[in-house]
Design a protein around this ligand. Structure first.
Ligand code: ADP
Ligand code: MG
Ligand code: MG
Length: 878
């Protein structure tokens, strides 16, 4: 038969799944011989049963009764016994800490009779007994009976006036108990339950139920904690910090969770119980001062902190209570910490000989590293917030508001910092986005164009700030309260919080980025720690890390950040700006000769682009993707052209362009004439690009080009392109791998065939996700993703983290079948996912050779690849 209850002496810290974090660690401390009050834990399994069936599993009541009896025997008193009561706390505790999200009830076992017994037991401390009783009714009323906590708070406030709670005497507290009982009666129509066992039973169920309280659900979603784990319940003998001034309660950290520095960190409150410390009802004292109040308990606590650090080999946080000079440990766990502290603590622990460098790498996360790479606003003084949008790409940016890409470029060239403000951005805004310090949009979500591009560039972005009315033509926006911001007015945006401020908020740069840029030798402790961790991650990782980079500048930065090559060099930006003209000529060409002339004009331009990138990469491989987007993206806007024609301002070419634009118009451009299809339909287009690559490679010693064909669905598409490319390369005497993107589900499913014509695969997981789910990426997020997230259809957008079950499955098939056809097939990924921590781990697991991501994500990918290699068998590394 299932065992649903474990005494603290039966558990240990590895049983978090079953006993929750609190229960497992209480057991661990008990086994270490630390002073923990006796108690037992009801398992998460019992909770899951209760939540699923609406009733506790059979046998649970019996088991609880037996453990309670054993506890009573150890304590020499019975729960709620009238003349000498045992009191217990009933505490929640899930596998992952969810601070303050669920319920805990203290002082269970008190009623109108046992309150006198408690007073007698304490040597006539009536005040203490009544204080405990009123706390029970207050907590029980709020958490078990579901009453509004303010009802009790108000009654307490009214009674104490300007005094503190400790100033109330026993008569007043007795009076408060009567008031509280009245509140319970008024609100529920029933008396406060006097039966101690009934109190306990109801409290246990309330803890179970608190797993599904709205705030707990929200917290889990945010922290990506699975919804079906359930909570354990801990029942333990009460110890009392509210006896008087020789008692108290506190919290402590074994080192500073903000910076990682070693020392004594914590707060203590005399004559207090439970949550009083964090609730801020009175001013706490710094933990160091406990030394002067109660040296013996203080020394014992410091000793225990050292024991716990050495035992857990990590920062621990602790909850403790002192009862009349006797120290009791009530909780410990490996404590949360800031990103900076995480790196510092990990390397300190190595220096102390507590952990290895391997472990140190697993103690920090890519997300933490990413946080350290963003500039941030300095302090909070004098900020005037005017709006809040989505925190699309973290960091802090300050600059003059501008409303067009061209203006952004112009002002940036004059050395001005600008924030590009748009309703939404489109590919034509790219230059402006690059020029701007940050991007602010009033529409679109976290996967909107602005968000995706900004994240890729490591540029601060707030998007979907819907309170803002952006008037692009008039070059201004209006914020709530009729705040008008015109071109040139300075604004500050916080991409980490989504806030928008009027005026300039001071910004500090990231020391970690300066270090990656090679500008500084590691000096401060944090940078030194990051340096050590990164070096070790690099030694440990099996995955290569490449960059998505389209320009020599990006390529150079990528190399400084540690990229071992370029995994995606897009060529479409090479058709923008002045070169649009040539694309227009190409589209309008009515004869072979005209078309060839346009291509001939593009070729030397492309060649010089590639030379720049090969030089920047200095012999590292460069995967160049042939042109991918539909050609009409390069043509003028259909509306603009129509207006020109209608108002008689059109040139001859405009009229021809309008016809061409209409001809090329597609209902679903993402599914239309793009990628390899363009190469097959427009003679000479791919050949021109391949020739430019070959000639550039011939001119740069050591250049290592790889030619990548986008949007392939069938091997036949690839074969004819490949044949032509092979010929051109041979003519130029240049060697290059020829491969394909795997971004159409059919390509993944026919990978064995495709591998016959491809020397490498690179998973384009943006398109693969789009096509596998049937999601039009530019539309779905704003339209219904929040609905899907709320409904739990997925816990995180599949455009952010690879959907392992669907898209991931396609990838696994392609890897397996591709390698079976061509054992030395080289495999990578170049979608946005290449820089996402979870997705990097997945790529490691399915055996890819490298991930490719935007330059700013490279350190994150390096670290995560190292972590993946070092924790291969460990699924629990959040
Ligand atoms: P949370 O998970 O929100 O921290 P806890 O279950 O830790 O809730 O309970 C909150 C506080 O109640 C503890 O920090 C401790 O001070 C107090 N507490 C819990 N159990 C006992 C007990 N048996 N004796 C004394 N105080 C207790
Ligand atoms: Mg706690
Ligand atoms: Mg694609």
């Amino acid at each position: 038969m299932a065992k649903y209850v474990y005494d603290f002496t039966e558990g240990n810290r590895n049983l978090k799944d079953l006993l929750g974090g609190k229960g497992a660690n209480l057991a661990e401390m008990t086994n270490l011989g630390l002073p923990v009050p006796h108690g037992f834990t009801i398992t998460t399994e019992a909770c899951r049963h209760y939540l699923a069936e609406g009733s506790v599993p059979s046998g649970l009541d019996q088991e609880v009764a037996e453990h309670l009896e054993a506890l009573e025997a150890k304590m020499g008193r019975k729960l709620g016994q009238a003349d000498d009561p045992l009191l217990v706390s009933v505490r929640s505790g899930a596998k992952f800490s969810m601070p303050g999200m669920m319920e805990t009830v203290l002082n269970i076992g008190l009623n109108d009779e046992s309150v006198h017994g408690l007073a007698k037991q304490s040597g006539g401390n009536d005040r203490f007994a009544w204080d405990s009783y009123r706390r029970l009714i207050q907590m029980f009323g709020k958490t078990v009976l579901g009453l509004d906590g303010d009802l009790f708070e108000h009654a307490l406030d009214e009674l104490k006036g300007r005094r503190q709670d400790t100033d109330l005497d026993s008569g007043e507290l007795q009076q408060l108990v009567e008031t509280y009982k009245g509140i319970v009666r008024d609100q529920t129509g029933k008396d406060f339950p006097a039966d101690p066992r009934e109190q306990m039973r109801l409290a246990v169920m309330a803890v179970f139920d608190s797993w599904n309280a709205p705030r707990a659900i929200l917290y889990r979603r945010q922290e990506r904690i699975p919804a079906d784990l359930g909570t354990a319940v801990n029942i333990m003998a009460m110890v009392f910090g509210n006896y008087g001034n020789d008692s108290g309660t506190g919290v402590a950290f074994t080192r500073d969770p903000g910076s990682g520095r070693q020392g004594i960190y914590g707060d203590y409150l005399q004559n207090a119980q439970g949550e009083d410390v964090v609730a801020g009802i009175r001013n706490t004292i710094p933990l160091e001062d406990l030394e002067h109040l109660d040296k013996q308990s203080y020394d014992e606590l410091v000793g225990i902190m050292e024991t716990l650090e050495n035992h857990y080999r990590d920062l621990c946080d602790i909850e403790f209570t002192i009862e009349r000079g006797k120290l009791w440990m009530l909780q410990t766990r490996v404590g949360k910490r800031t990103a900076a502290a995480a790196f510092c603590i990990a390397t300190q622990l190595v220096d102390q000989g507590l952990i290895t460098m391997d472990e140190a790498v697993t103690r920090v996360t890519g997300d933490q590293l990413a946080q350290l790479m963003f500039p941030r606003f300095d302090g909070g003084a004098g900020k005037k917030k005017i709006a809040k949008g989505m925190n699309a790409s973290p960091g802090a940016a300050v600059g003059k508001a501008v409303f067009s890409s061209a203006r952004a470029v112009e002002l940036a060239e004059q050395g001005e910092d600008v924030i590009l403000v748009r309703r939404e951005t489109n590919p034509d805004d790219l230059a402006g986005m690059i020029a701007a310090k940050g991007i602010l949009t009033s529409r679109g979500g976290k996967t909107s164009h602005a968000a995706v591009v900004a994240r890729g560039m490591g540029k601060t972005c707030v998007c979907g700030a819907e309170e803002l009315e952006v008037h692009t033509a008039e070059q201004r926006f209006v914020a709530p309260g009729d705040v008008v911001v015109s071109e040139g007015d300075v604004i500050s945006i916080d991409g980490t919080t989504g806030e928008v401020f009027l005026g300039e908020v001071p910004v500090v740069d990231s020391a970690v980025v300066e270090y990656f840029e090679g500008a500084t030798e590691p000096q401060d402790d944090l940078v030194k720690a990051v340096d050590r961790v990164m070096r070790h991650a690099d030694r440990a990782r099996r995955l290569g890390v490449r960059a998505n980079a389209d320009t020599p500048e990006d390529a150079a930065r990528a190399r400084r950040f540690g990229a071992q090559g370029i995994g995606l060099c897009r060529t479409e930006h090479m058709f923008l700006g002045e070169r649009r003209q040539l694309v227009e000529d190409l589209v309008l060409a009515s004869t072979d000769a005209e078309r060839q002339a346009a291509l001939d004009a593009l070729e030397p331009l492309q060649k010089s682009d590639f030379i720049g990138i090969f030089q920047a990469m200095n012999g590292a491989p460069v995967t160049i993707r042939l042109i991918d987007p539909p050609l009409h993206e390069f043509l003028p806007d259909i509306v603009d052209l129509s207006v020109k024609v209608a108002t008689g301002q059109a040139t001859d070419k405009d009229r021809k362009l309008l016809t061409a634009v209409k001809r090329l118009h597609e209902q679903n451009p993402m599914l239309g004439l793009r990628g390899v299809r363009l190469g097959l339909v427009i003679p000479g287009l791919f050949a021109m690009q391949v020739r430019a690559i070959a000639q550039a490679a011939a001119e740069v010693p050591g250049a290592k080009p790889e030619i990548m064909i986008p949007l392939v669905a069938a091997v036949q598409e690839l074969e004819s392109v490949r044949e032509e490319a092979v010929k051109i390369l041979a003519e130029a005497g240049v060697e290059a791998l020829i491969g394909t993107m795997i971004e159409v589900p059919r390509a993944a499913l026919t990978a064995a065939q495709i591998a016959e014509a491809a020397e490498f695969f690179s998973f384009g997981t943006n398109d693969l996700t789009q096509l596998a789910w049937g999601f039009s990426r530019d539309d779905v997020e704003a339209a219904f993703f929040s609905h899907y997230l709320d409904a739990g259809i997925f816990g995180v957008s599949p455009f952010e983290t690879i959907d392992r079950e669907g898209v991931g499955r396609l990838m696994e098939i392609a890897v397996r079948e591709g390698r079976s056809a061509r054992p030395d097939l080289h495999l990578g990924i170049c979608g946005e996912h290449g820089g996402d921590p979870d997705s990097v781990r997945f790529c490691h697991e399915i055996g890819l050779d490298y991930v490719s991501c935007s330059p700013f994500r490279i350190p994150v990918a390096r670290l995560e690849a190292g972590r993946a290699a070092l924790t291969e068998s460990d699924s629990d590394t959040r």
